[in-house]
Design a protein. Structure first.
Lengths: 485, 481
């Protein structure tokens, strides 16, 4: 197997024995990127020079016997993570020239482990989108079928894994932005519990929903990455002091007696047939492994999408106010006076979807509408949380599809925002509830497109969903298939 | 028709914490532009606020000192508006759930009964930066933004519309000013904007219970200007109504040069701030222990101290009021009294000599070169008859200028009072011998001449003779034929 196809744990073994150096691995990865990038478009910025230097440093660390499992592993970050000295755009023209003076906590932690950064990955602008089509830096193509979208907003992070352009990547998930692209690209993607990973240095879309998580080739890698980035950060008031367990220790392969909830609201008519079949097979597999099933109800599921688009856009309208051309980022060259400068810089800098959401959110917070929209949405959010709390009184994990359909065609939904929004219908409730969930490869459509299953856990129940995902992976072959590119 | 003004005040006090409210940057005033900044107060992408606990402590203290309820659960909210000096495009403040609610302060105008002024709320918020125009090094033309002040902590204290005149408003402000400086949470510097005030003013016909339309006056930064601005605004509104017009709800700016107010923006132009709870900050939960701890740390408050000076130390009301104008003065006073128990004498010295010297030198009481033990010693020397009050003033001047213990100065300069009757008698004899004509006048019944002799004797003794003894001996000698 080529070096660029290895998982973290496989490559770590090679590095440890000296069979491969990090420098060789990094060079192999950069060569792979060069060859497939024109067909995929996963990256916004590549950092080959610093990557090679980091690889050499990693090799010295490995030689000194002080290697972490991630030392020398070449990976890439969604362009939403601030990287000191490396341009960070968030997929937006308004930040096309922004070079941050500090780094995100999650990148600092990975860098301290000795990771090698290959570059910054494409995404929907400000993480607003489900297809990567709203990026100001070109579309990203699905490596399984380059006429299709990779999902979004962490589309680059998933496509890079599927195209073997990085050993692992980090994404962010506000309404499904890790799980949905992971599902569409046949990868493992995990959205941790809100507060599990620091948001410091991650460009905010919707602060009460955003969460950092890994996209990887398999569940073991996912556990390794999560362990490295999780944990309390005094610079993020919403991060939580709950201790970080050794997630890899949870991968026992044993799901006997595990109670799996099947929410009737998620297995609706109109669900894509291929998706339906994959879910049925997955349930069978878990049954064979000794898991038990409980039919459950999450009665407020229908309101999730509307609730999400009020809360997320309200927060976004405020979070994106700082992009005004005054201190950094795009400044309109043809403005006269302060207010005109701010207005023009924003008009020129933001794309259509971002503007749409800023307007929606501004409206939801406006005086006279605040109670009817924002306050009501918060109340519904509480009800949705309650749905999950009650469900988890009887089950250990909840199994659902990640998305109603496999990856759609590029351009298919760009003119129909509502259709686009509905593609996150199964992932959004998890963000509103603040709990954790992951996407695991669970089959392919008739057209050969990957289909993911979603395992939802209790708050801070990452170990349980990792164990369940790992057991499924051990019993199936889906994750071993590779996109032909 | 007679009109009744209705006034409510919103006071912003800048807190004297070492670091800013949501980041670790220093709050030092007057540094190089943008030198006291970090990703958080610059509002860089990805940066997140972390609440400075010191600010909460200060807010709790302010709340306790103004008789407020301290909220067990309070929430930070974002106030959204665009301005170049506001780096995030929103200010982190508190709206629906402030940290303190429902307090009061008593004010007292001369010759009137004490009046209780309600405090609606006190909340924490961050300050904005400031725009700098023109002549700034490194700025060729146009404007720049200095964010050193961005994110410095403020407390906003909102009063009920309980004030009925500019005098009441000023009295309330002075009380509040005394409290925040007394607590040591604000330096109280109004010129530098550490204590600034907006006034909401309306007028209504006397006897009416329907409030008139109010105008908000911004930018009043001295007690004098507050009085001016309110008086002007009351007259403007009354004149407007009497002319058949009506007051419009608007924000007006006070112009200290002309003493007038002018329209800044109308109600229609007012911002919709789109407040909502800040998702980057968790709700602030203050348990009883925290409040209790702050309570223990509170100094004795001015009002309590004033009462105690009257009842325990027997000071007149006037003295007690003056001596509790600031915590520094009150502390100084009590330290003196601890050394020498003549409270009234200490009070007199503090209100006269010490105050005069402080005013002349522009020094604050805590930088007074004469320390309390020394002043007490000086007064003790007067009370013991070791020096006269007049000599004491000379000694005080010397202590102020060159330092030193009063005892040593008196000895060094030979200023000790002469109470040796032999020495005084010798002087008296000389004086009588030289002024026989006046002696005759005295003996002829013109007793006022005594003062003439006392003056001469004191002069001859260079002020050191014990005046009481001089009196006694002179009388005896003059009456003897
Ligand atoms: Zn700062």
């Amino acid at each position: 197997m080529d070096i660029f196809e290895l998982t973290i744990h496989q490559l770590h073994n090679e590095l440890k024995t000296g069979a491969v150096s990090s420098l060789e691995a990094t060079k192999a990865m950069l060569a792979r990127i060069e060859s497939v990038e024109p067909h995929v478009g996963s990256f916004i910025t590549l950092t080959p020079e610093s990557a090679l230097a980091e690889a050499e440093a990693a090799d010295r660390r490995i030689a000194s016997g002080e290697a972490h499992v991630l030392t020398g592993i070449p990976l890439a970050l969604k362009d939403i993570f601030l990287t000191e000295g490396i341009r960070t755009t968030c997929g937006s023209r308004i930040l096309h020239n922004f070079v941050p003076p500090y780094s995100a906590t999650s990148w600092e932690r990975l860098r301290d482990c000795g990771c090698v950064l290959l570059g910054k990955l494409n995404q929907d602008e400000f993480a607003m989108g489900s297809s990567n089509e709203s990026s100001a830096f070109g579309v990203t193509r699905n490596p399984w079928d380059t006429t299709r979208i990779p999902g979004g907003s962490s589309g680059g992070s998933a496509a890079a894994i599927a195209a073997r352009q990085a050993t692992a990547t980090l994404g962010t998930d506000t309404g499904g932005s890790i799980r949905q692209p992971a599902s569409h690209c046949g990868c493992v993607g995990l959205k941790p519990t809100y507060g599990r990973v620091s948001r410091y240095g991650v460009i905010a879309y919707a602060s009460s929903l955003d969460q950092v998580g890994p996209i990887t080739r398999d569940v073991t890698d996912c556990a390794i990455m999560l362990g490295a980035v999780a944990g309390y950060d005094p610079r993020d008031s919403t991060s939580v002091r709950t201790p970080v367990p050794d997630y890899t220790a949870a991968l026992t392969g044993d799901v006997k007696g595990l109670k799996i909830g099947l929410p009737k609201e998620y297995f609706i008519t109109g669900l894509d047939r291929d998706v339906q079949e994959s879910m049925a097979r997955a349930i069978e597999t878990y049954g064979r492994l000794g898991a038990e099933f409980v039919e459950i109800s999450l009665p407020h599921t229908d309101y999730a999408v509307a609730t999400y688009y009020l809360i997320a856009t309200a927060e976004a309208s405020s979070n994106l106010a700082r992009y005004d051309g005054v201190r950094f980022g795009h400044r309109s060259p043809q403005a006269e006076g302060l207010i005109d400068m701010m207005t023009k810089s924003r008009s020129e800098g933001f794309g259509a979807e971002v503007k749409r959401r800023i307007m929606l959110g501004t409206y939801a917070l406006s005086s006279g509408y605040y109670d009817a929209y924002y306050v009501k949405a918060q109340k519904v959010r509480t009800l949705i949380m309650g749905d999950f709390t009650r469900a988890f009184e009887n089950v250990d994990v909840i199994l659902t599809p990640v998305a109603p359909t496999p990856a759609f065609k590029i351009g298919e939904k760009t003119n129909d925002p509502l259709q686009m929004y509905l593609s996150d219908i199964f992932t959004i409730p998890v963000n509103l509830a603040g709990t954790c969930a992951m996407s695991v490869p669970a089959g392919f459509s008739a057209l050969g497109l990957p289909i993911g299953l979603q395992l939802i856990g209790r708050p801070f129940g990452e170990e349980t969903i990792l164990r369940a995902g790992h057991a499924f992976e051990q019993a199936t072959e889906w994750h071993t298939r590779k996109a032909e590119i | 028709m007679k009109f009744q003004p209705v006034i409510g005040l919103e006071v912003h006090t800048q807190l004297k914490t070492g670091s800013k409210i949501f980041c670790g940057c220093s709050t030092t005033f007057g540094s190089e532009p943008n030198s006291q900044t970090c990703p958080v107060c610059l509002g860089l992408p990805g940066a997140l606020p972390v609440l400075n606990k010191k600010v909460v402590e200060f807010a709790i203290k302010a709340g306790l000192a103004t008789n407020c309820i301290i909220a067990h659960h309070s929430v930070f909210a974002r106030k959204n508006y665009f301005y170049p000096d506001l780096p995030k495009g929103y200010q982190i403040s508190q709206l629906e759930e402030p940290i303190c609610r429902k307090g009061w302060l008593d004010i007292q105008l001369e010759g009137q009964e004490a009046k209780r002024i309600g405090i609606t709320r006190i909340h924490m918020e961050e300050d904005a930066g400031k725009l700098v125009h023109g002549d700034v090094p490194g700025l060729d033309d146009g404007s720049g933004v200095d964010l050193n002040r961005a994110c410095t902590p403020l407390l906003e204290v909102v009063s009920e519309p309980d004030l009925r005149s500019s005098d009441e408003a000023v009295a309330y402000l002075k009380r509040l000013h005394r409290i925040v400086t007394w607590l040591g949470i604000c330096d109280g510097n109004m010129e530098e904007g550490s204590f600034r005030c907006d006034a909401n003013i309306s007028v209504m016909p006397v006897g009416s219970d329907t409030l008139g339309t109010r105008a908000e006056i911004k930018n009043v930064n001295s007690f004098k200007f507050v009085k001016q601005a309110i008086d002007y605004e009351i007259q403007r509104q009354i004149a407007l109504i009497e002319d058949g017009g009506s007051v419009v709800q608007e924000t007006r700016l006070f112009d200290p040069n002309s003493g007038t107010t002018r329209s800044m923006r109308s109600k229609e132009e007012a911002h919709d701030y789109r407040y909502f709870p800040d998702p980057d900050l968790v709700p602030l939960v203050i348990d009883a222990d925290w409040v209790q701890h702050a309570h223990k740390e509170l100094p004795e408050l001015p009002e309590h101290r004033r009462q105690r000076f009257i009842t325990e130390l027997g000071l007149p009301e006037y003295d007690a009021e003056v001596l509790t104008a600031s915590r520094g003065v009150a502390d100084y006073f009590e330290e003196c009294v601890a050394f020498h128990h003549n409270a009234k004498a200490v009070s007199n010295w503090l209100m006269s000599e010490v105050t005069r010297a402080l005013n002349d030198s522009g020094a604050a009481i805590d930088a007074c070169p004469v320390i309390p033990s020394q002043l007490a010693e000086l007064i003790k020397m007067i009370d013991k008859g070791a020096i006269s009050g007049k000599i004491a003033k000379t000694v005080f001047e010397e202590m102020w200028k060159n330092g030193g213990e009063p005892q040593a100065i008196v000895e060094k300069r030979g200023l000790a009072q002469v109470s040796d009757s032999g020495a005084i008698e010798a002087i008296i004899d000389e004086v009588i011998a030289a002024n026989m004509a006046q002696v005759e006048e005295f003996r002829g019944g013109k007793e006022k001449v005594l003062g003439f002799f006392v003056g001469l004797v004191m002069k001859a003794s260079r002020g050191k003779a014990n005046p009481a003894l001089v009196n006694e001996l002179l009388l005896a000698k003059l009456k003897v034929q």
